[in-house]
Design a protein around this ligand. Structure first.
Ligand code: ZN
Length: 426
């Protein structure tokens, strides 16, 4: 009797997690009403009021512990003391309904060296990300597993850290905020064959930057790459970076590719959400990757108009579209093969790309999911698929996929795409 009850309890705890695993960041269902894992109402893309966190430093006189969210990407709604060594950090979603991407990021310090424990507690969400820490906001490590535990019953987690006068950042993922993107893009644009353009600004006035990579004035085709519609999806950002750096790199393959094609990259679609430490939405409280039918938001409109105008001006086809994201595992969401015209050609091209990725990564499981993806979904991949009639995918990286592996597989994915498109045209 007791065992049965425990089993039922475990099942009730594990089942939502299993469902979440299955329905990752960007899977899709049949109608525009929503996607299967989205909470009801969350795909309404008209502006919604958001709850702003206060940017502030909170300190405790008795223990001389300081905490702060005063930096881009920071997320800490409240921080309070339970006893001499235990504190609670509270994080709230920017608004609801929202899918569970419970982001946290704050810094800690004390003039007195000490070990403290912090209970990570979420409003409208449950613990998701394995904590990372850094002393310089550049180099990050995972918190030692001995100092970390999750309470699945309450959706909280407990983390123990050593603090000192040397500031410690504790975050759901590495901080990859707008300033880092802008610096990266500036570095890329130093190369003769890379051109950058600010195509407009976000709702809060941050630049949305587009990058073009080509060595010809008359490309035979276009490749579109976008990313970071969802703020916490840092592993997708790392993959996009590696993918693009392979296209701009020194391989003969890349040089040949640049002489034939133009790649257009918009790496940061949602700079406001990223810098505000949002769980999923833009500064208007909207999931941008559910706005690709209605285009109610400035950011999605800007990206759409730019992609359309480049297509129109160059008068050559778009050959490949990739939107980078993150979820619990590496997975490629592709359009359902029964869903559109000329589907065989597009489907076969997509599958040929996966085959090449497999060849380049022996032992790597190329996880493909076409089961939920429908061209009528209000997502970027569906819009690109319908508009450009070419392979249009959502490339998802796992939240905890090893960073070296992300770099390698996404670079191999870029090589595979270049080989495929060069071969097809010859
Ligand atoms: Zn996403």
């Amino acid at each position: 009797m007791i065992i049965a009850e425990i089993n039922m309890k475990i099942l009730s705890l594990v089942l939502p997690f299993l469902l979440l695993l299955h329905f990752g960041c960007s899977s899709q269902q049949e109608t525009l009403k929503g996607l299967s894992y989205d909470p009801p109402g969350s795909v309404v893309t008209t502006d919604k009021e958001i709850e702003l966190q206060h940017r502030r430093t909170i300190s405790f006189a008795s223990t001389k512990v300081f905490s702060s969210n005063e930096f881009d990407g920071g997320k800490l709604n409240d921080f309070y003391q339970v006893n001499d060594t235990l504190y609670t950090a509270e994080m709230n979603a920017e608004n609801v309904p929202i899918n569970n991407s419970a982001w946290f990021a704050f810094k800690l310090w004390s003039p007195v060296k000490q070990s403290i424990s912090i209970l990570l507690k979420y409003k409208d969400g449950t613990h998701r990300y394995y904590p990372k820490m850094s002393r310089d906001k550049i180099n990050w490590t995972r918190v030692d597993s001995l100092n970390f535990s999750i309470d699945t019953a309450n959706g909280t987690a407990l983390v123990r850290v050593d603090i000192s006068p040397d500031t410690l950042w504790l975050s759901a993922q590495e901080l990859f905020t707008s300033s880092k993107y802008y610096k990266w893009i500036d570095d890329l644009a130093e190369m003769q064959f890379v051109k950058k353009e600010v195509i407009g600004t976000s709702a809060l006035g941050k630049p949305i930057v587009e990058v073009e990579i080509t060595e010809t004035n008359k490309p035979s085709g276009l490749i579109y790459v976008i990313g970071r519609q969802h703020p916490p999806e840092v592993t997708g950002a790392l993959a996009l970076k590696s993918f693009v750096e392979t296209l701009t790199g020194g391989l003969e393959l890349a040089k040949e590719f640049r002489k034939k094609y133009k790649t257009v990259v918009i790496p940061l679609v949602n700079p406001d959400g990223v810098d505000m430490g949002h769980w999923r939405h833009n500064s208007n409280g909207v999931d941008l990757n559910r706005d690709w039918v209605n285009f109610n938001q400035k950011e999605t409109r800007l990206v759409k108009e730019k992609l359309l105008s480049i297509r129109e001006e160059s008068n050559v086809p778009v050959l490949f579209c990739i939107d980078f994201h993150s979820t619990q595992k590496d997975v490629f969401y592709i359009t359902n093969k029964d869903a559109a015209k000329q589907v065989d050609e597009i489907y076969n091209k997509t599958m040929a790309w996966f085959e090449k990725i497999k060849e380049k990564n022996p032992g790597y499981f190329v996880n493909i999911d076409a089961s939920l993806n429908n061209p009528s979904a209000p997502t970027s991949d569906s819009w690109m698929f319908n508009t450009f009639n070419c392979p249009a995918l959502t490339y998802e990286l796992g939240d905890e996929t090893l960073r070296e592996e992300i770099k390698q597989t996404s670079s191999a994915a870029a090589e595979a795409m270049m080989e495929l498109l060069l071969k097809n045209v010859k």
